[in-house]
Design a protein. Structure first.
Length: 410
């Protein structure tokens, strides 16, 4: 029975649409917006810390380690649900590179250089602090990641005070940053490989690529094969979330006639249809669950030593200082040397504020921290402290600079 038939059978079609369906749609649209989505993620992270330090703390940590089949609850969230997040990341990367803010070399230069600087400098700062710290050195990539939801959420809260060109620059930079994070995870955080399952994974990807070439425009074959790919990738030793990216890159952007979508029309583009659906789903389900499961830190027994630990300082300074120096310094130098142009209607101070926002590294930084220290929970907690401190400092500083810059501009 079709979804619209049931209300009609009982004579409640108009009532249900008015009182339930339309308000629910508006609520989903509101909560999945860039600004609100970031606030929801921030709220769940704060709730996790409150719960972890309350009498419910032991139950919270125990629940995350309950086994459900082959994986614990925490691993189902981090390996399973986060594959959906990476699917969305992959869709955004493909769309931007084919028909978006990164569709030409001219458009890629400034955000590309800024993203490179914004990943390299934080990693160097972290390594400089943790060079002789044993296993802690494995966390060098933690401060290299920018949280696109948080950064764009803060920019969206400022509304028209941030030029549209700067928001586009920030989005493009974050997309390239995500691509860099995916490559880092694949290359540096894959401990061992099962060649049989790796070969099966390659065969599944090849099948999806053939479907694309044959003009298959239905999403279900790609999503079904994507589930099979997730199973194979998980068994291969590569982190299973990368199956989401590989699936996304195989889903066609063009319609059945080989034409790119125009004017935001996603009707005939499988990629845009799925991206639109995930943009409504991921910010209010996957990311809050991930934040709630991973941001909980018990402060019991954590003293000054934890806040001053090399891991905490490396991550915090990498995000708050390294991102600023890397993104702003590289962008400013590229503009001065004539390699790229300043975003339209944007001042140097506004570019500085945007570079500060890039220091918000919540989601991807937490994810890399989990991969960097799989058997060292104490290092994971120190990394979380650094992520929270660095991200809050960078976000507040970026918001204040952009707000002050907009007033001066006015």
């Amino acid at each position: 029975m079709e979804p619209c038939v049931l209300p009609r059978v009982f004579g409640y079609s108009v009532l249900i649409k008015t009182l339930v369906w339309r308000p629910l749609q508006r609520l989903i649209d509101f909560m999945s917006g860039s600004a609100t989505g970031g606030l929801v993620l921030m709220g769940t992270a704060a709730l996790a810390m409150v719960v972890a330090n309350s009498p419910l703390g032991p139950a919270y940590f125990d629940a995350l380690h309950v086994e459900l089949g082959p994986l614990s609850v925490l691993h189902w969230i981090n390996d399973g649900l986060m594959a959906i997040f990476f699917l969305l990341v992959g869709l955004e990367i493909k769309r931007e590179f084919i028909d978006g803010e990164l569709a030409s070399n001219r458009l890629r230069i400034l955000p590309g250089l800024a993203a490179f600087g914004g990943m390299a400098v934080p990693a160097l700062i972290y390594l400089a602090i943790n060079w002789n710290s044993g296993d802690a050195a494995n966390g060098w990539a933690i401060p290299s990641a920018t949280d696109i939801a948080f950064a764009l959420g803060v920019a969206a809260l400022l509304g028209s005070r941030v030029p549209a060109s700067l928001k586009a620059f920030l989005a493009a930079l974050a997309i390239i940053d995500d691509l860099g994070a995916v490559i880092i995870i694949a290359v540096f955080y894959t401990p061992g490989l099962d060649l049989l399952y790796l070969g099966l994974s390659a065969a599944v990807v090849a099948a999806m690529a053939v479907a694309n070439r044959l003009g298959v425009r239905s999403l279900w074959p790609y999503l079904t094969l994507g589930v099979v790919l997730w199973i194979c990738v998980h068994a291969s030793g590569v982190h299973a979330t990368l199956a989401g990216v590989a699936t996304a890159l195989c889903i066609p952007l063009r319609d059945g006639e080989g034409r790119l979508p125009s004017d935001g029309d996603c009707t005939h583009s499988p990629l845009l249809r799925l991206e639109h659906a995930l943009h409504r789903l991921v910010p209010i389900t996957v990311l809050p669950l991930f934040g709630f499961a991973n941001a909980g830190i018990s402060f019991a027994g954590l003293g000054v030593d934890a806040w001053l630990a090399s891991t905490t300082l490396g991550v915090g300074l990498g995000l708050a200082v390294g991102k600023l120096v890397g993104v702003f310094g590289t962008s400013w130098l590229a503009v001065r040397l004539g390699w790229a142009e300043m975003p339209r209607e944007a001042s140097t101070v506004q570019l500085l504020g945007t570079a500060l926002l890039c220091g918000i590294g919540f989601t991807m930084s937490l994810f890399i921290g989990m991969l960097a220290f799989p058997t060292h929970p104490e290092l994971q907690d120190e990394a979380k402290l650094g992520i929270l401190a660095g991200s809050v400092l960078a976000g507040l500083a970026g918001w204040l600079v952009l707000r002050t810059a907009s007033k001066r501009a006015g």
